[in-house]
Design a protein around this ligand. Structure first.
Ligand SMILES: *[C@@H]1O[C@H](CO)[C@@H](O)[C@H](O)[C@H]1NC(C)=O
Ligand SMILES: *[C@@H]1O[C@H](CO)[C@@H](O)[C@H](O)[C@H]1NC(C)=O
Ligand SMILES: *[C@@H]1O[C@H](CO)[C@@H](O)[C@H](O)[C@H]1NC(C)=O
Ligand SMILES: *[C@@H]1O[C@H](CO)[C@@H](O)[C@H](O)[C@H]1NC(C)=O
Ligand SMILES: [Zn+2]
Length: 953
């Protein structure tokens, strides 16, 4: 999956939709911990199928009914023939998954086609098990055919996955309904009874019958024919798939979906499929799909065309999708937001994300589909590799996006932030229940895994890494794999190239074992004796919570460093592997700064003795470009974490960060904005102090705002455009006068003179237009939202509308989330936009929640895997002051049966402890801004003086 990635990177709000990118959460909130406190491990194992019977081949017949079937609208009847074999003696029960409304018939035939005697079958709804009991044990290793007939209902909207229906307006504004599937990770069982675990690979032949007007019919493989049926229906047959896991089966049935862009010079042709009124709007993603297919063909040495003769290379743009994209083999589906990319209508962060997403999903054709994790405990192999390639490989074809640089904030820093609590889990982590499985599709399996893959590639060299990928694929095609198969391929490649010879005594298997199977990561503490040149290194597991006791765990750390006098930020190959808890390295004597973890490629944090921090801080102020921007970004990210874990004081942290006053680089500002937001959120309840702090932040940002300006400049890089996008959005929120004025001018020019707003600055313009505007402005933007044919622009407009300060308009806005105008997958984001838009909005949001809780629970689909209602109600608490929390709590106490109660109450506790932290530290924060601001002025003055001198020379 590509967990949808960034719908929105806004002020600590990451709406994550990775390919099967799904979640959204606040970066400094814990991801919801799934699974609660049930059951022992053995009880949870009960969710897993026995291995005694395996499927080889499925013929799936599905009859889809839409509104024309009045007794059971939007339903389906199915029958499936599954060729199975027993793999043990004395098997008299066949256990498989089925999660359908009604099982109508079950039969079993032997190889000769004769019926085998059955006893009544059983179902176990908790586990979604169908248990077929045979009268006499099955003969092992001999084919039987299991025939099952059943009926079920489409889900409404994408959130619950399975077979579901979505909607769109066609070119005549007529509403159309389409049906499609999203099975990852455990929802194929809603479409047809099956062995719905990735381990059980088999061949699938899909046959779909539908009303004859539904001519847009697509699936994983080529369609082999149409059969006319009675009642104005047609059956379309699709060719056999390769051997693959059940979650990769898919189809889409619609009235007007068609090919909207294609490149027929490939075999199979590369096609983008979408609703007819997006025809011609997908050329950009077509180019992404074409170039990345070419890239992976070469990189893996196994061309796409050779994967299987029947397989397509289709990419579907779906108006509704629960994640960002899902890698169904031959037919990837994406949320339309990421498919219809037009420079005139799309903000840069979405265009940027689309490049990584298409590549992520294509990488899955090999890592995920050709080889598959044998069980979701190992999902990091699928997702970590796809995420790594989504950035690192895409760079080879689309260097303009500078993706390796963005990797750090997107994956590494996200992982370092998340992976620093006592409850974090290792990459390889046992999961069993559906909730646990869903929960493992999160930061660890994507961000930490991708960071681990990159760190490992640097250690063994990129050439050896490529070889290990090829070996892994060549040795395990069409098979489920586990971490040991991957380790073997890596060890074989390393041995072949002798590529670890520069690390004598380094045990790669042990490195892999620890990083894959132990939780957390280390902080490296460096203590430099400038007289002798001795650098004493110590490591311990990093916990963000200062009260947490560290553990004995030692992590193998790839060491890279550079020094002021011999500064070299380009060599990413570690000079050595640190495999003990402490060690000493020597540099030449003399006082100079030293920086470890070059370009922040290693998954660890670094702290230094005070003198070294001072030297770094001086260099950052006086000669910032002497330190690579990714290390400036690392320093910002580490400094906030060191401050939060009380390893350095707030004052010292802000002292080191003084250099931001001269910083314009996107990568440096991303962690800075996150860090400042973390602090701001903790003093929100003391408005006059927060205002002082905001003024300080704005002073720090002034230079960046001035340098970036309010309009994109010709020929600037996408990264610069993204810097402007996030910095202006933040500056306008904090009340920067010029930002507000410039944004407002653009908004009113659009409304009054119909002058289009450059797509790349729409975020700050829409948001400011609503914050500063009135009812007419709101109605204007709402009507634009309703007219737009661009999912991205619509989403930006929703974000804008949520920033209205008028309680009545905000209530109207929130009520939109209870209608289908706000798509299910956008409802939680939209709710969050109301909270993010203005500090005071939480009051209106709380009233809306109280008045509409039942509708929210239904319309936001509370029982979908992403648990959007849990998130919405918890997020709300994070914006409240104490009186509001008391009111919220009182109301919650009147809702004893609310399923979200425990989660929301714990978010109220967090909100209180955040405020308590703020109350205890606010004076230190404000004092630190003062001492740091004064020095900034001096040094800026000095810099001006120096510049003048230099010019004279
Ligand atoms: C058993 O089923 C598999 C998969 O359909 C098929 O390839 C194989 O030929 C069958 N074996 C026999 C003996 O029919
Ligand atoms: C079957 O019908 C669909 C929809 O009309 C069409 O796109 C497809 O080409 C047909 N398949 C064959 C093999 O004729
Ligand atoms: C963007 O707008 C310009 C000016 O209206 C137009 O010439 C250009 O074709 C548009 N580009 C795209 C990709 O639609
Ligand atoms: C290397 O580490 C692995 C895994 O921890 C271990 O099984 C093996 O014995 C180690 N090899 C050596 C030479 O120490
Ligand atoms: Zn993925």
């Amino acid at each position: 999956m590509s967990n949808i990635l960034f719908v929105a990177l806004s002020f600590g709000l990451l709406a994550l939709a990775t390919g099967d990118h799904p979640l959204s959460w606040y970066r400094d909130f814990q991801e919801v911990q799934y699974g609660g406190v049930p059951a022992t491990r053995n009880d949870e194992r009960a969710y897993r199928l026995p291995m005694t019977v395996v499927p080889l081949d499925y013929d799936i017949y599905l009859d889809l009914f839409f509104a024309e079937r009045t007794d059971r609208p939007f339903s389906y009847d199915g029958s499936v023939d599954i060729v199975i074999q027993a793999k043990a003696e004395n098997v008299n029960q066949i256990v498989l998954h089925a999660n359908v409304d009604t099982i109508r018939d079950v039969k079993l035939k032997n190889l000769a086609g004769a019926e085998v005697g059955l006893k009544p079958h059983e179902t176990e709804p908790l586990y979604h098990f169908l248990k077929v009991n045979v009268e006499n044990p099955l003969t092992p290793n001999v084919n039987y055919t299991l025939h099952i007939e059943y009926s079920s209902t489409m889900n409404e909207g994408p959130m619950k996955r399975g077979i579901w229906r979505g909607w769109y307006l066609d070119e005549n504004k007529v509403e159309r309904i389409y049906a499609t599937t999203h099975f990852q990770p455990y929802n194929a069982r809603q479409a047809f009874p099956c062995w719905d675990e990735p381990f059980f690979k088999a061949v699938f032949k899909v046959h779909i019958s539908r009303p004859s007007g539904y001519t847009g019919v697509f699936s994983n493989t080529v369609n082999t024919g149409n059969v006319t049926l009675p009642n104005n229906r047609v059956r379309t047959d699709f060719a056999a798939t390769p051997e693959m896991s059940s979650y990769l089966v898919t189809f889409l049935v619609s009235e007007t979906f068609q090919v909207i862009a294609e490149d027929t010079s490939f075999k199979p042709p590369i096609r983008i499929i979408g609703r007819s009124n997006t025809d011609g709007l997908a050329d950009h993603v077509l180019e992404l799909a074409v170039k990345m297919t070419e890239f992976f063909d070469n990189y893996f040495g196994i061309p796409y065309a050779t994967l299987h003769p029947n397989l397509l290379n289709d990419h579907v743009s779906s108006p509704d999708w629960a994640s960002a994209g899902t890698e169904n083999w031959g037919m990837v589906s994406y949320r339309e937001l990421y498919m219809i990319i037009n420079k005139n209508e799309t903000i840069m962060s979405i265009e940027h994300y689309a490049a990584t997403l298409v590549s992520h999903e294509l990488a899955h054709k090999w890592f995920g589909n050709l080889i598959t994790c044998y069980w979701w405990s190992n999902t990091w192999i699928n997702e970590g590799y796809a995420s790594y390639f989504g950035y690192i490989a895409t760079h080879a074809m689309f260097p303009e996006y500078e993706l390796p640089d963005h990797f750090n904030n997107r994956y590494l820093q996200t992982s370092l932030a998340f992976d620093s609590s006592r409850t974090t889990v290792p990459l390889n982590h046992e999961v069993n229940t559906p909730l646990q499985v869903t929960g493992h599709f999160g930061t660890i399996s994507y961000s930490k895994a991708a960071s681990f893959v990159r760190m490992t590639a640097n250690i063994m060299s990129l050439e050896t890494f490529q070889k290990s990928c090829r070996l892994f694929l060549l040795e395990n095609p069409y098979k489920p794999t586990d971490q040991f198969d991957l380790l073997k391929a890596m060890n074989d490649a390393i041995l072949d190239d002798n590529s670890l010879a520069i690390y004598p005594g380094f045990n790669f298997s042990e490195y892999y074992r620890i990083w894959v199977n132990e939780p957390g990561y280390p902080i490296l503490t460096v203590n430099i004796d400038y007289d002798t040149g001795y650098m004493d290194l110590k490591q311990e597991r990093f916990f963000l919570n200062p009260n947490e006791q560290t553990t004995e765990q030692v992590y193998p750390i790839p060491i890279t460093y550079t020094t002021s006098r011999n500064a070299d930020f380009s060599n990413l190959r570690p000079s050595q592997m640190m495999t003990t808890d402490s060690t000493r390295i020597e540099k030449s004597p003399g006082e100079e700064w030293v920086i470890f973890n070059i370009q922040q490629q290693g998954h660890y944090r670094v702290n230094y003795n005070k003198r070294n921090w001072e030297l770094i801080s001086d260099a950052l102020l006086n000669n910032p470009n002497s330190i690579h921007y990714l290390n400036r970004a690392q320093i910002v990210d580490d400094v906030f974490a060191l401050m939060r874990s009380e390893r350095i004081t707030i004052e010292f942290a802000l002292h080191i960060l003084k250099f931001l006053a001269k910083e314009t680089n996107n990568h440096v500002w991303e962690p800075a904005i996150s860090g400042f937001n973390w602090l701001r959120a903790r003093i929100r309840h003391i408005p006059e102090k927060q205002a002082e702090f905001d003024a300080y932040i704005l002073a720090q940002m002034e230079h960046a705002i001035t340098t970036l300006g309010f309009e994109p400049k010709d020929g600037e890089t996408p990264t610069v455009t993204m810097a402007r996008q996030s910095i202006l959005h933040f500056a306008c929120l904090l009340g920067h006068e010029k930002c507000i004025q410039e944004s407002w001018d653009r908004f009113s020019n659009w409304r009054i003179n119909n002058t289009p707003v450059n797509s790349r600055v729409r975020r700050n313009v829409y948001v400011t237009g609503m914050r500063e505007g009135d009812r007419e402005d709101f109605d204007f933007l709402l009507s634009k939202f309703r007219d737009s044919n661009y999912a991205n622009d619509q989403l930006e407009m929703l974000r804008g509308l949520g920033a209205t300060k008028d309680p009545e308009l905000l209530t109207r806005f929130l009520q939109l989330t209870l209608t289908k105008e706000v798509r299910s997958h956008d409802k939680l984001n939209t709710f969050n936009y109301a909270l993010l838009g203005n500090q005071e909005n939480y009051k209106t949001v709380m009233q809306f929640v109280k008045d509409n809780i039942n509708a929210i629970r239904t319309e936001y689909v509370e029982d979908s895997p992403a648990r959007p209602v849990h998130s919405a109600l918890s997020n709300l608490a994070g914006y409240m002051d104490e009186p509001a929390l008391v009111e919220y709590e009182a109301w919650l106490n009147e809702q004893p049966n609310l399923p979200q109660l425990a989660t929301v109450k714990s978010s109220i506790d967090s909100a209180r402890s955040n405020m308590a932290w703020g109350t205890a530290n606010v004076d230190k924060i404000i004092a630190a801004t003062k001492s740091s601001a004064t020095t900034t002025v001096t040094s800026l003055f000095m810099l001006v003086a120096m510049t003048v001198l230099l010019q004279i020379v």
